[in-house]
Design a protein around this ligand. Structure first.
Ligand code: GLU
Length: 475
């Protein structure tokens, strides 16, 4: 049978929904392990659950993996296309007596369970004669195939993360490996494929630990070498419940469509359950590859922290060139900044970059650079509008009217001096100015904004703000 000393790992998603963060982390750890050890990273789509494995989910899983940059190094394996291979292995087990046909109907099994007061199969068809079996086959009766598991002893393995895991064989009954419609079960196809693909290390979620003893029995019965196993701890939300959308954790696909980049996502996922041993938190892929050690993955569940992810993401965004962000924005929305010059758009990106976690945030919060605010939030307006606000803004307008062109730094100094000579406080002047210019109380320096949109447009916005307020509240 196939044996290999080379490191070969696979990521094996069941495409029953969008690829979530837990699966992406499993894919990443497989990828890092393969690259660190100069081995191969493979992809297998476990799409035997035909009803739940929709084509769109299969495509999404593959495109998410590609977007993350984990390129499979051999042809992608689709389990749905391998039924004849599984048949071959099932027949082999039937032939050598390691598995047997069971003709017990569902009702019969239910009765037996009630009688024996146990959920385990009682071995009804385990030692039947060929004659008995052939009689049933001649009648064309349906059957399942069960693995003949040992009644005594233990089965166990040394998990690379959890250490020794051992269970008593009397906890495992003669479980079904092929259903009555002829379809093999997950544990069986999983073993056959790991063997066929010469997988050296199975790295997967901790929720699969309970499957492993059954799979070990299948390996034994087939007389093939078992791979090594590393089960990864779960990822939980901050409330210690299984990670879901409620915790702000989206699927890989939705992070991608929200304009997040794959590099910070990879960086963040790598830190869920593992760290490089120092306090480093911004680590690029090459460094992750060189430092990753699967044995150092912690057993304790990891907690997803959306704030930390945002922080990492914004770190990456700061380092990225405006032109590169611009290209990505255009690929998400070709209309963004369409009526402005490229140089103007690039400057908008420069100003928004330090305040954003994602490309989408830049897109969503930058509209006022292109179009002045028309309406204002009433609470914000009330907050900034004092008895002297109209007068102050009019003074500023007058002041701006006397300037021809200006650089942000000079403008800042000049306006601040002007405010001082008027005897006003900075907040009294700058807050309503900001609201008038941006339509919001947060954003980049208003002096940078004025420099970019120009004096004329700024004056227009300030006037509009005064008129809008008076129309609303003083009529
Ligand atoms: N298809 C399984 C899942 O998506 C993974 C099985 C494995 O990695 O062995 O959870």
């Amino acid at each position: 049978m196939v044996q290999s000393k080379r490191i070969r790992v696979r990521f094996a998603p069941s495409p029953t929904g969008e690829l979530h963060l837990g699966s992406a982390r499993t894919a990443l750890f497989n990828y890092l392990f393969a690259k660190h050890n100069k081995g191969k990273f493979l992809l297998r789509i476990e799409d035997t659950d035909y009803e739940r494995s929709q084509k769109t989910h299969v495509e999404q899983a593959i495109s998410s993996i590609r977007w993350l940059g984990f390129k499979p190094e051999e042809k992608i394996i689709f389990q749905s296309r391998r039924s004849s291979l599984y048949k071959k292995y099932l027949n082999h087990l039937l032939k050598n007596g390691a598995a047997y046909r069971c003709f017990a109907s569902k009702e019969e099994l239910k009765k037996i369970r009630m009688k024996t007061n146990s959920y385990q199969y009682n071995g009804l068809w385990r030692d039947r004669s060929d004659k008995d079996i052939n009689e049933q086959l001649d009648k064309g009766l349906p059957y399942t195939i069960r693995l003949k598991t040992p009644r005594k002893g233990h089965i166990g393995f040394e998990d690379l993360i959890y250490g020794e895991i051992k269970i008593s064989n009397n906890e495992i009954d003669d479980f079904i490996i092929s259903r009555s419609d002829g379809s093999p079960v997950y544990n069986f196809t999983n073993v056959v494929d790991d063997h066929e693909m010469k997988i050296s290390h199975v790295i997967r979620g901790e929720d699969h630990i309970s499957n492993t003893p059954k799979q070990l029995h299948i390996y034994k019965s087939l007389g093939i070498k078992t791979p090594l196993f590393a089960h990864l701890p779960m990822i939980l939300g901050e409330d210690k419940k299984k990670l879901s959308k409620r915790h702000g954790a989206e699927s890989v696909e939705s992070y991608r469509h929200s304009g997040f980049q794959s590099a910070p996502l990879i960086n963040y996922l790598a830190l869920l359950g593992w760290n490089p041993g120092n306090n480093e938190e911004i680590i690029d892929l090459q460094e992750l590859i060189s430092k990753f050690d699967v044995r150092k993955v912690q057993k304790k569940s990891a907690v997803f922290d959306p704030k930390k992810f945002s922080w990492i993401s914004s770190n990456y965004l700061q380092k990225e060139k405006a032109q590169s962000i611009f290209t990505k924005i255009k690929s998400l929305d070709s209309d963004w900044g369409i009526s402005s010059k490229d140089t103007f758009c690039l400057r908008v990106i420069e100003l928004m970059k330090p305040r954003a976690d994602s490309i989408q945030e830049i897109m969503l919060k930058s509209h006022y650079f292109f179009n002045g605010p028309k309406i204002f939030n009433a609470d914000d307006q009330k907050k900034v509008w004092k008895d002297n606000t109209e007068e102050i803004l009019k003074n500023i307008i007058q002041f701006l009217e006397n300037i021809e062109s200006v650089k942000s730094k000079n403008l800042e100094r000049m306006i601040k001096n002007f405010i001082e000579t008027c005897g006003s406080s900075l907040g009294e002047v700058l807050k309503p100015m900001r609201l008038a210019l941006c339509g919001s109380l947060a954003g980049p320096s208003i002096f940078d904004l004025i420099e970019l949109i120009g004096i004329e447009e700024s004056i227009f916005r300030l006037n509009h703000f005064i008129i809008e307020y008076k129309d609303k509240y003083e009529k």
